[in-house]
Design a protein around this ligand. Sequence first.
Ligand code: HSE
Length: 405
Amino acid sequence: VRIGVLGQGTVGGSFSKLLRERQSQIELVTGTKISEAGTLTRSSGSFTEILDNADVIVEAIGGVNDAADYVTEALQAKKHVITANKQLLAEQGQQLWRLAKENQVQLRFEAAVGGVVPIVRTIQEALAVSPIDAVHGIVNGTTNFILSEMESKGLGYQEALGLAQEKGYAESDPADDVQGRDAAAKLAILSLLAFGTTVNLSDIAYRGIEEISPADINYASKLGLSIKLLASAERIDGGLSVSVEPVFLDQAHPLSQVHGSHNAVMIESTVFNEITLSGPGAGGNETATAVLGDLISIITGGASLPEHTEDLQITSEIISPYYLHLEISDRPGVLSEVAQVLADLKISIESVVQEAVSSTAADAQLILVLHQSKSTEVDKACQELAKLKPVHGRPRAVRVMHSSA
Ligand code: HSE
């Protein structure tokens, strides 16, 4: 089996190195001789030559347009393709899977979601015919690293982001990480795998971590909550709710103990309750390890392609408890005004903490945890609360997730 590698950056470079280092083990495990069919970089190599010489193409060139052309050509030429390109799959996965099927070759993408965590093959193979009710993932290493550093070491946001970039976790444009776009692309892929339904990137209302302040992290920890950027797809009312947003998790939640650049995906089902897989989600060697696993699967027979099985109505509505943070003037009647707005929207309060602060406008912070509420009603509540005279600035609402145990 001859392997052509497109791209020699963090992932492509690490993969080529691993391929050489592990050659004899790969041959031993698969019983197949492997060789390199050339590498393509932005400045060297010929794609046509590599394609002619290869049986498997590893696409690690990044970006969407060129990568889409290479992958399409490779599949049409009946070559198996492995890609780590989440944006490409989120935008064009459906067509590319169809093309692979028509040409009777495999398109594998374990490294596109969760780095080395084998979440794609778990959903695609182990759980292929099991009902899945929800998938919740920490699927961006950069943001998890930033939030962990802010939480555990009290680092500022910029300082933590700088560290994540230094360690090679962040995308070339870290805006994709911190604004939630990278996680949204991964969620689109997970949704198709888990629910057999197409979720376009434009269907996903994604929010990043930029608005999270050290104060939120501090108060949440007093309430026993820890913050994560969660990508969630869950069946509600016969449809599929999809979201990427910061969420507070209680300490017993399986995803609350996932720290640093680690990723984790929790799958919920009425049949098996819950499975959580976690591990390194970013980094060259880690991601290249997942690509290598795909190569082994291709050589040894591999998995079926995901089938489109359902057309679920996609919504961004969420039903969940929420954390609500308000800056207020501490004077008689404020609490009842706030409570009235919530009562009018039929939102019920679970707990309240008030702390004195000395800022120019406000003199207290009010932190409320709301019982199960609809996200649209919580949005309305934030708009109404912002209009109250004693409320300063913008109220911040963050979803809270408790463990089901
Ligand atoms: N920038 C991504 C992350 C890399 O931080 O998770 C892995 O997809």
